[in-house]
Design a protein. Structure first.
Length: 169
C-alpha cells in the first residue's frame, strides 16, 4: 500500500509544476498565468464605468503601464518590443452573452496575433473567450509593433497558460 501511495503523492506534487511549465506563476482574483523571466504583474488600470466584465489579471513585459483610454482592454501602453496579457471576467458564464465554451480548450486558438484586433489599439493582438469555475473569461494578448516573433510566441504562451486557481486543484 505504501509503495502505491508514494508515486501518487509525487504525481500530485508535480502536477502544478507541470501545468505551469516550471515558470513563475502570477495569480490574482482566483486566476493565474505562468510567466517567463522579464514578465511581471501590471497594476490594473481600473474598469471605469464598466461593471461587467472586470479586469482580474494583467501581466506584461517591462514598461507596460496603464494610460488614459476609454477602452477596457487597450488601456495599457505597450513598448514597441513588448507585450501584455489582460484577463477580464464576467460575473457568470452567461452575463457576457453566453455561448462561451466551458474549459481551457479555446486557449489552443491563441497561436498568432493579427491586426486590427482591439478597439483603441492599432497594434497586433489576439483574444479568446472561455468558461471556467462558473465565470466567462476573455484572455487578451497585445504586442508592440516591433515585438520579435520570439516575444509574440512568449506572449501567446503566457495567455495559453491561463487557468482558474479553482479548476487546477
Amino acid at each position: 500500500m505504501r509503495l502505491l501511495a508514494l508515486p501518487a503523492a509525487l504525481l500530485v506534487l508535480a502536477s502544478p509544476l507541470h501545468a505551469c511549465g516550471g515558470e513563475p506563476v502570477i495569480s490574482s482574483h482566483g486566476v493565474r498565468v505562468a510567466v517567463p523571466p522579464g514578465w511581471q504583474r501590471v497594476e490594473p488600470a481600473g474598469d471605469g464605468n464598466v461593471v461587467d466584465p472586470r479586469t482580474v489579471l494583467v501581466v506584461g513585459t517591462a514598461g507596460v503601464e496603464a494610460r488614459p483610454s476609454r477602452c477596457q482592454i487597450a488601456v495599457y501602453r505597450v513598448q514597441p518590443d513588448g507585450a501584455v496579457v489582460v484577463v477580464v471576467r464576467w460575473k457568470t458564464l452567461t452575463s457576457g452573452g453566453g455561448g462561451v465554451p466551458n474549459g481551457r480548450v479555446p486557449l489552443r486558438k491563441l497561436v498568432r496575433v493579427t491586426r486590427p484586433t482591439f478597439e483603441c489599439f492599432a497594434g497586433r493582438g489576439a483574444a479568446v473567450e472561455l468558461g471556467l469555475a462558473g465565470h466567462a473569461y476573455q484572455v487578451n494578448v497585445l504586442v508592440g509593433d516591433r515585438a520579435s516573433s520570439g516575444r509574440v510566441a512568449e506572449a501567446l504562451r503566457v495567455a495559453r497558460s491561463f487557468d482558474s486557481v479553482q479548476s487546477s486543484r
